[in-house]
Each structure stands twice: as C-alpha cells, then as structure tokens.
Design a protein around this ligand. Structure first.
Ligand code: PBG
Length: 331
C-alpha cells in the first residue's frame, strides 16, 4: 500500500520530464555570453604554456590568428586581451606604446576577424618592472600613487582605442579612473567606444595563476591599497555606483564564484549590463581536480556558468569559454 500525502504544492510536478524542466528553466547560457581572455606574448614564438593553467597558452603575435579564428568560429561574445611585453620598465611605458604588444595584437585580430569583439585590459602591472598597477613612490612603495597613475592609464586607453579596440576595460581600481578615461577617449575622438569597468575587484588569492601567466606578481607589497577588501560587500556596491556615475557602460565583479553575493546585489541595484570574471585560480582548481578524476569538468563548468547567469551576470569572462561553447553546441 502506498501512502499518499495530502499535498497541494508538489514542486516536483514541474521536474518530472526533461521537456517540462526545459519549459520552465529561468536562465540559459549561450556562447555569446562568454568572453575568453587571451595572453599575447611578445617574446614567444608560437605558443608558450602556463604551468598552472593547463589548456591556456600565451600566444605570439604570429600564432595569434589561430586562436582568434577558433574564438570567432565558436561564436563567443568577445576576447579580452592581456599583454606580456618582452621588456618591462619602472614606469610601465610599454603599456601606452602605440607599437606595444596589445596594440599590435588588436590590429592583427581586426585583419583576421574584423567582427570579433575585442576588449583590452587597461593596467600597468604587466608592464612595470615592480609589477604594481601604477607608479610607486619611494616613500610608500606599497601604495601606488593615484592621480598620476590614472593619467598614465588614460594614455593606455587612448592608445588601445587608436589600435582599434571595441571596448576598453580598466582593471586597476584606482579612484576616478573611469571618468578620466571617459574624458580622454572623448577628447581623442572615441566618444563612441564603451568602457567595461572592473568596478568591484577584490584583492584576491584567486589571481595567483594569472600572475604567472602575465609575469605580473608585485616584487614587493601587494594590491590591498587599491583592490577591495574581501570583507566588504556594501562597499562594492558603492564602487559600482561611482563607476556608473563616471560613465562605465558595463560593470564587472571579480573574482567570480566566491563573490556571487556581490553580483546578485549589483543585479538588484543596477540596470547596466553586468559581467562576472571567473578568474585564473578558479580555472586552475577545476583543471587540477579534473586531471585527478575527482570531478567531471564539463558538468562543473556548465553548472558554474549557470550560477553566474542565475546570480545576474549578462556576461562571463572565463578561460573555459571555448570549451564551454563547444559543450553548449553539442548539448
Ligand atoms: C590586472 C589584472 C589581474 C587580473 C586581471 N587583470 C591581476 C591582478 O589584479 O593582479 C586577474 C585575472 C585572473 O586571475 O584571471 N590588474
């Protein structure tokens, strides 16, 4: 004899078949939501592996068309460029060199795949010999100076714009840089170019593998005088608000999975397009566990991407973008 409970509400009714589950699913992921970071390595010939990020390589300018064509064919939303210059300087001047590694990469990509959206990361940390995101004063080397660094970032942004970037993405977290970059772009004839602001970027241990990839670990100190304290969620909303006031067209929360609360709160509060960045450490953890056979990589990645969408992200920056796009197509 089967017992029957006297229930009105049975949420399982809508989970009974795959077709019913699909009918009521709240969110989807599509390749167009995904952004793939690309490391462009000025000194490499061909590609160079990144030990802590299996499956992600640093690409030389000569080899770049191969990955760019793969990205275009995968139908992903955009690529996000990071430069790995062969020479670093105290002031990071390679970052605003019109013949710099990112500027050349943008021009090359526009020849190979003119319709692929190209976003450029704007920061000095990959270009400074000390690895800090801006100029460091002698007295307090752990506190990069704000306003002079912002002026340098403005030069970087206009130089990327002149090379043909579609979107400019400042990742430094200095005060006032969105407004300053907006004015510089406008003054240089790029008032049509949107800015993706890394608006709520936390000082995070999850960036470890990236710093190997980009050779950008600070040689002294850390980034806690400008990136946010992981304890602060309300402050993140304040940072996002300031960046929107200053003209950010898209705002980004970073890292990803550990900061979904910030993402969800930002979604409630703001109506601009919202991006999440699933960072290098998140990628490395998934790859390491998958390599040991401890998790199913494909399921873990698609579930995580779904979580970003559910929390409110329109766009997700992920090193898994190309694999995820092919998994989504074969589903
Ligand atoms: C540059 C920058 C960093 C990342 C993106 N842009 C590193 C940092 O702030 O140290 C990290 C991305 C990742 O870990 O995948 N400022």
């Amino acid at each position: 004899m089967t017992e029957q409970l006297d229930l009105i509400h049975r949420p399982r009714r809508l989970r009974r078949t795959a077709a019913l589950r699909n009918l009521i699913a709240e969110v989807d992921i599509a390749p167009r939501n995904l952004i793939r970071p690309l490391f462009i390595d000025e000194a490499a010939s061909g590609t160079r592996p990144i030990t802590s990020m299996p499956g992600v390589e640093r690409w030389s300018l000569a080899a770049l068309p191969r990955i760019v064509e793969a990205a275009a064919n995968a139908g992903i939303g955009a690529v996000l460029l990071f430069g790995v210059p062969d020479e670093k300087h105290d002031d990071g001047r390679g970052a605003w060199d019109d013949a710099g590694v990112v500027q050349r990469a943008v021009r090359r990509i526009k020849q190979v795949a003119p319709d692929l959206v190209v976003i450029t990361d704007v920061c000095l940390c990959e270009y400074t010999s000390h690895g800090h995101c801006g100029f460091v004063p002698d007295g307090a080397p752990e506190n990069p100076v704000n306003d002079a660094s912002v002026a340098a970032l403005c030069r970087v942004a206009t130089s990327h714009a002149a090379a043909g970037a579609d979107l400019i993405a400042p990742s430094d977290m200095f005060d006032g840089r969105i407004g300053a970059i907006r004015r510089s772009l406008d003054g240089a004839g790029f008032s049509h170019l949107p800015i993706v602001s890394y608006a709520a970027k936390f000082a995070s241990a999850f960036y470890g593998p990236f710093r190997e990839a980009a050779g950008s670990a600070p040689t002294f100190g850390d980034r806690r005088s400008h990136q946010m304290d992981p304890r602060n969620g309300r402050e993140a909303l304040r940072e996002i608000e300031l960046d929107i006031e200053q003209g950010a067209d898209i705002v980004l929360v970073k890292p990803g999975l550990a900061y979904l609360d910030v993402l969800a709160r930002a979604r409630d509060r703001f109506d601009v397009p919202l991006a999440a960045y699933s960072v290098s450490g998140e990628y490395a953890m998934v790859k390491a566990a998958a390599a040991n056979g401890w998790i199913d990589e494909r399921s873990i990645v698609l579930e995580s991407l779904t979580a970003f969408r559910r929390a409110g992200a329109d766009l997700i920056v992920t090193y898994h973008a190309l694999e995820a796009a092919s998994w989504l197509r074969s589903r």
